[in-house]
Design a protein around this ligand. Structure first.
Ligand code: NAP
Length: 243
């Protein structure tokens, strides 16, 4: 796909991975629908950076825990952009906890943000795309789900399910829409854990002995968007950590 002049919606685009993806898409020539929930100052800075590149950019606030308004988000985006060619489902939450400790309330929250909202957005994306136009969806998953563990129970379930719906929607939405996913490994410290030396983590458990970066994920987004014969795939970008 030639990205020049294409319209892209990136969820959670104010900070970290989503910010890097939005800026890379802007560098590649896309106009950006910038979704955020709470990071208003950061997303306005991203908008300004994109406008300096000569791109059209608008911000859209939506709490994706409330899945009753997911369609509204797509409607608002389409009223500004006409239609969206590219959807990047990046927003997510990462609550700790085992399966035994999970409660229905906690599970509902993570399922709504990490799974049901991306699913409903893919559905809304497919409905708004004109029949003759090519569309691309990329879901941001997590490399850690390739290896089972007992931590982050509900998060792991949602990212496993994201990998599954990536393949299912790839089948359902072919031939004019491709659906792929990226499964990052260790890219950044968790919010609030910026003091942790991730090089120590990398030396201990990442075969390539270094951590990733938001920009590496953004490069992989551009790579997938350049591919027109690839769908239903989940690309690991984890330095070999979860092989
Ligand atoms: N960082 C990593 O090393 C890593 C590794 C593997 C996978 N991932 C995945 O990559 C994606 C981005 O991770 P990150 O570390 O960059 O993100 P993050 O720091 O955890 O930030 C979460 C993002 O999701 C948005 N978000 C959270 N709750 C939301 C809600 N209720 N409604 C709408 N948006 C909400 C936030 O928006 P606001 O800030 O505007 O509230 C923010 O943009 C996630 O899907 C994550 O699971 C990240």
């Amino acid at each position: 796909m030639d990205l020049k002049g294409k319209n892209a919606l990136v969820t959670g685009s104010g900070i970290r991975l989503g910010r890097a993806i939005a800026l890379a898409l802007g560098e590649a020539g896309c106009n950006l629908a910038l979704h955020y929930n709470t990071s208003v100052e950061s997303v306005i800075q991203v908008k300004s950076d994109l406008e300096k590149m000569g791109r059209k950019a608008h911000v859209f606030q939506q709490d994706l825990e409330d899945i009753s308004h997911v369609q509204d988000l797509m409607t608002q985006v389409c009223s500004e952009f006409g239609h969206i060619d590219i959807l990047i489902n990046n927003a997510g939450i990462y609550p700790a906890g085992s399966g035994k400790a999970a409660t229905p309330e906690k599970i509902n929250k993570v399922f709504n943000v990490n799974l049901f909202s991306p699913w409903l957005l893919i559905s809304a994306f497919a409905s708004q795309l004109p029949r003759e136009v090519q569309g691309k969806v990329i879901n941001i998953s997590d490399g850690k789900v390739f290896r089972n563990g007992t931590d982050h129970f509900s998060y792991r379930v949602t990212k496993q399910a994201i990998n599954t719906i990536t393949a299912m929607f790839a089948l359902e939405l072919a031939p004019n829409i491709t659906v792929n996913a990226i499964a990052p490994g260790t890219m950044l410290p968790l919010l609030g854990y910026e003091h942790v030396d991730l090089q120590v983590v990398a030396d201990r458990q990442i075969p390539l002995k270094r951590i990733g970066s938001p920009e590496i994920i953004a490069q992989n987004v551009l790579h997938i968007l350049s591919q027109d014969f690839m769908t239903g795939d989940v690309i690991r970008v984890d330095g070999g950590e979860f092989l």
